[in-house]
Design a binder for this molecule. Sequence first.
Ligand code: NAP
Length: 289
Amino acid sequence: MINSSTKLVGLLGDPVEHSKSPVMHNAVFDQLDLNYRYLAFQVKAEEVKEALQGIKALGIKGVNVTIPHKEVVINSLDSLSKEAKLIGAVNTIENKEGRLIGHNTDGQGFMKALEKEGGFSAQGKKVLIIGAGGAAKAVAFQLGLEGASELYITNRTFESAVNLAKDLDEKLTLSKVKAFPLEEEALVNDLPELDLIVDTTPIGMYPQTNIAPVIGDRLLEKSSLITDLVYNPVETVLLKRAKELGVKTVSGLGMLIYQGAIAFEIWTGQKADVEVMKNAILSQLELIN
Ligand code: NAP
C-alpha cells in the first residue's frame, strides 16, 4: 500500500512505455513487502539535468537510466563507479544521502547471466562481439575487466568497431583486441576458435522476430557458446539456429533480470529474487507476443 513512508525509485528515459523494469521491480517489492514503488518517467533530453536535481530534492532513492540519457547524465552526477567510468555510461543512479552515484550494472548483469545460465567465466576467454553500440561497450568492458584475453569486435559501421577496439585497448590490458568488418568470410577465416559470440544488435527483436544478423553456420560453429542481448522473443532466430547446430545458447532475458537485481540491491540493500523478476517479465512479454 502506498503511504507517506513509501520510497520511490524509477526510470529516466525517452521513450519508457515499453520498459519491463517497473513490473520487474514492483513484483519483488511486493514479494519482500518492501514499502517501495518503481515508476517510469519520460524525460526529454533538455530536461535531464532538472530531473536529476529533482531526485535529490524529492529524496527519490535511485533510478535506472535508459536510452538516450545513459551518457549525458554523467555530467550531473557526484561520482561514478569503476564500471560506469570505464564504459562512459550509467544505467543506475543511487541517491546516497543526497549524493548521486552513477553505476553501470549492464555488464555485470550480462556476466552473471552467462555464469548462471551458461557456466561461463571470462578468464582467459576469446570472444567475438557483434555490434559496437552502448550495450556492446558495457559487455566488452566487463568481459575485459573480468579477464577475457582476446576481444574481437565486428559492426555494420566498421568505424564504430575500430573506435570501441581502440578504447578497450587504451583502457584495459588484453592480449588481443581487433576490429573486423561485418563479413562472414573474413570472420570465419581470420578468427581463432571462440569461447563466446555475443550478438548486441537489435536484429530479431519483436516485432521483426523472423530475422537474424548475417552470420552463417560456419561462424556459429566456431564458438562453444552464443548469446543474444535481445530478450523479446526470449529465443531469437539466431539462438534457435545455434541450438540446431548443437551450440550452447544463453538468452538476453538473464542480462535484463540480473542488471535489475544488482540495481535493486544498490537501492535497497536487499537481494532480489530473480525468479520473481523473471516471471513478472515473462507475463508482460506474453501480453505483447
Ligand atoms: P545501440 O547503441 O543503438 O547499438 C546498436 C548496434 O546494433 C550498433 O552497433 C548498430 O550498428 C547495430 N545494428 C543496428 N541495426 C543493425 C542492422 N540492421 N544490421 C546490423 N547492425 C545493426 O543500441 P544498444 O543500446 O547497444 O542496444 C542494442 C540491443 O541490445 C537492443 O536490442 C537492446 O534492447 C538490447 N539490450 C538488451 C539488454 C538486456 O538486458 N538484455 C541490455 C541492453 C541492451 P551501427 O553502428 O552500424 O548502427
